[in-house]
Design a binder for this molecule. Structure first.
Ligand SMILES: C[S@@+](CC[C@H](N)C(=O)[O-])C[C@H]1O[C@@H](n2cnc3c(N)ncnc32)[C@H](O)[C@@H]1O
Length: 471
C-alpha cells in the first residue's frame, strides 16, 4: 500500500483553489440539463450565427438539435482531495468566474450513459485505494456511441516505475471493462487494451462508419450531432428529408461528382471516410502524426480505397499545391501524385482559430467549399474573406454544445463565375483577440501531466469547447 497523506500535497492541488469553498449549487448550472430551456437557447444561438453571417441570408438554412441529455462523449474533471485523504470529489470550474471557484460535481447528466456509469465507480476506486488516489489530479472520460471507453487517470507524481500502481490500475480497468490510460509528466501507459483508443460507429446517410478515436487527440465530443454534421457535409449541405428538388441539387453538387476532394484538418478521417463516397479520389491532410496514422487505420477498417492521407499542415498543403511547389517528402512517402488529382471541392473543419491566410487563398481557387466550424466568429470572418469569390448556398447550425453559448456551424460556398482573382484583396491574418460571444475563457498553465489544466477542465467539462484543445 502506498503512503497515505492526510492533506493534499502542494503539487497535487492547484494553489488557486485551495482557499476557496466548493459550491455545489453553482456547479448545477454547468452540469444540469435544463431541458425546458433547450429550445429557446438553441434559437438564440441560431439567431446569433445568422447575425454573424449576413452573407448567408439567402442560403438554405438547417438547424440540427442535440439530444437534450446524455450527449457528451468526452469530459475531464479535476479531482479535489479534501483534508482527509480518501475524501475526494470531481470538480470543475465556472468559466465566467474570475476567481475560478472549484465547483463540486455530484453527477453529470450531460455525459453519455457510459460516462455516468463510470464516474462514481472511478471515484470510489480512488477513494478506496491509497496508491491509485495518490496525487491523481484529473480523471478524463472518452466514450463512444457504441459504448467503448477510455478512462484516463492523470497524476502529479511519476507512475512509470510504480508496479503497485500498475497492478491496481490494471485490475480496475478489467473490473470497469475499459481501456485505462495512466498519465504523468512525459509518461503514458495503456492498460487493458492494445492502444489508447476507443471504437466508434457512426450512422451516416444510411451506412455505418467504423472509426478508431485516439485518447488525447481530437474527436467530436457530441456523437449524435457529429452524425448530423457529417451527413450534412457528405450530402453537400442538404438534409435527407429536404424536398426532392433540393436533394437533386445536392446530387448535382457532390454525389455524382467525378472530381476530387481536398480536405484540410481531417483529424482521424471522421468526415473524410463518409464524404469519400461522393468523389473519385480524396486527398486529406492533417497536422497530427498520430491522427494521420489513425485515419489510415480507419480507411482500412471501412475498406475505403480512394483516399490518401498525408501529414501536412494547412499551409504546407496550400504550398504543395502551388504550380511551382517544391516536392514534399511526406506527400511522396504517402504515394500522393498531385498531378493525378482534379481537386474541385474543398472541405475544411479547422480548429477554433479558423483558416489561416494560406488556406483562405487556397479556398478561393475551389469551385465548392464546404466549411464546418466550431467557432462561428472565425467562420464569419473567413466567410467575409471568401465572399469576394464565393456565395453561400447552404448553411447550418449544429448544437454540439447544449446549455453553453457554443455551437458548430457549417456553410456551403459556390464560386461565382468570372471572378478575376487578381482583383481580390490578399488573404489577411486574423487579429488575435478574445472572442466575446462564443469563446470560453482560457486560463491555467496547461502543462502536460503536471499542474492541472484548468482551462481545459473547464471547457471540456462544461461543454464549452470543440474538444480541439484536449491534448
Ligand atoms: C476541429 S478538428 C477537426 C478534425 C476532424 N474533421 C474531425 O471531425 O474529427 C481540427 C483538426 O485540425 C488539426 N489541425 C490543427 N491545426 C492544424 C493546421 N495548422 N493544419 C492542419 N491541421 C491542423 C487538429 O489536429 C485537428 O485534428
Amino acid at each position: 500500500m502506498g503512503k497515505r497523506k492526510k492533506t493534499p500535497s502542494k503539487s497535487s492541488q492547484p494553489s488557486s483553489i485551495k482557499s476557496q469553498a466548493m459550491t455545489d449549487a453553482n456547479a448545477l448550472k454547468l452540469t444540469r440539463c435544463h431541458t425546458e430551456e433547450y429550445d429557446s437557447q438553441l434559437q438564440q444561438k441560431v439567431d446569433a450565427v445568422k447575425a454573424l453571417i449576413p452573407q448567408a441570408k439567402d442560403a438554405a438554412w438547417e438547424v440540427h438539435a442535440s439530444p437534450k441529455t446524455a450527449f457528451r462523449l468526452r469530459c475531464n474533471f479535476q479531482v479535489w482531495h479534501e483534508a482527509e485523504g480518501e475524501k475526494l470529489h470531481y470538480v470543475m470550474y465556472d468559466g465566467d468566474n474570475e476567481k475560478r471557484t472549484p465547483l463540486r460535481v455530484v453527477d453529470f447528466p450531460r455525459g453519455c450513459a457510459e460516462t455516468q456509469r463510470l464516474m462514481p465507480l472511478v471515484l470510489d476506486a480512488l477513494r478506496g485505494d491509497d496508491v491509485l488516489r495518490d496525487k491523481c489530479h484529473e480523471v478524463r472520460f472518452h466514450t463512444t456511441l457504441r459504448g467503448s471507453s477510455v478512462v484516463v487517470l492523470v497524476y502529479n507524481r511519476p507512475i512509470d516505475n510504480d508496479k503497485n500502481w500498475k497492478t491496481k490500475a490494471e485490475k480496475l480497468a478489467k473490473e470497469l471493462k475499459v481501456v485505462l490510460v495512466g498519465r504523468s509528466s512525459k509518461f503514458r501507459i495503456t492498460l487493458n487494451g492494445d492502444a489508447p483508443r476507443v471504437r466508434e460507429k457512426l450512422r451516416i446517410a444510411g451506412k455505418d462508419v467504423n472509426l478508431y478515436q485516439l485518447e488525447g487527440e481530437f474527436s467530436q465530443p457530441n456523437g449524435r450531432v457529429c452524425e448530423k454534421m457529417v451527413t450534412w457535409a457528405a450530402r453537400g449541405g442538404v438534409r435527407a428529408s429536404s424536398p426532392h428538388n433540393a436533394v437533386d441539387a445536392q446530387v448535382e453538387r457532390t454525389q455524382s461528382s467525378k472530381n476530387d476532394l481536398l480536405e484540410l484538418y481531417c483529424g482521424n478521417g471522421n468526415f473524410t471516410i463518409p464524404m469519400s463516397r461522393n468523389f473519385r479520389k480524396v486527398l486529406a491532410t492533417e497536422v497530427s502524426k498520430a491522427n494521420t496514422e489513425c485515419a489510415r487505420e480507419n480507411l482500412t477498417a471501412n475498406q475505403v480505397k480512394n483516399v490518401q492521407f498525408a501529414r501536412l499542415n494547412a499551409k504546407e498543403t496550400a504550398d504543395a499545391l502551388q504550380p511551382d511547389a517544391r516536392p514534399f517528402k511526406r506527400l511522396t512517402e504517402a504515394a500522393v501524385d498531385l498531378s493525378s488529382l482534379k481537386l474541385e471541392t474543398l472541405f475544411v473543419d479547422p480548429p477554433r482559430a479558423g483558416l489561416e491566410p494560406a488556406a483562405i487563398g487556397l479556398a478561393r481557387s475551389f469551385d465548392t467549399v464546404v466549411y464546418v466550424s466550431c467557432n462561428p466568429e472565425t467562420l464569419a470572418d473567413d466567410v467575409e474573406q471568401l465572399s469576394h469569390t464565393h456565395d453561400i448556398t447552404h448553411a447550418a447550425v449544429f448544437d454540439q454544445f447544449p446549455y453553453t453559448r457554443h455551437c458548430e456551424a457549417g456553410v456551403l460556398l459556390k464560386k461565382r463565375s468570372g471572378v478575376d482573382l487578381s482583383t481580390v484583396p490578399e488573404p489577411r491574418a486574423r487579429e488575435k483577440k478574445k472572442s466575446k460571444r462564443y469563446a470560453g475563457k482560457r486560463k491555467g498553465k496547461g502543462k502536460g501531466g503536471g499542474q492541472a489544466k484548468k482551462g481545459k477542465v473547464e471547457e471540456a467539462a462544461s461543454g464549452g469547447d470543440s474538444g480541439c484543445a484536449v491534448s
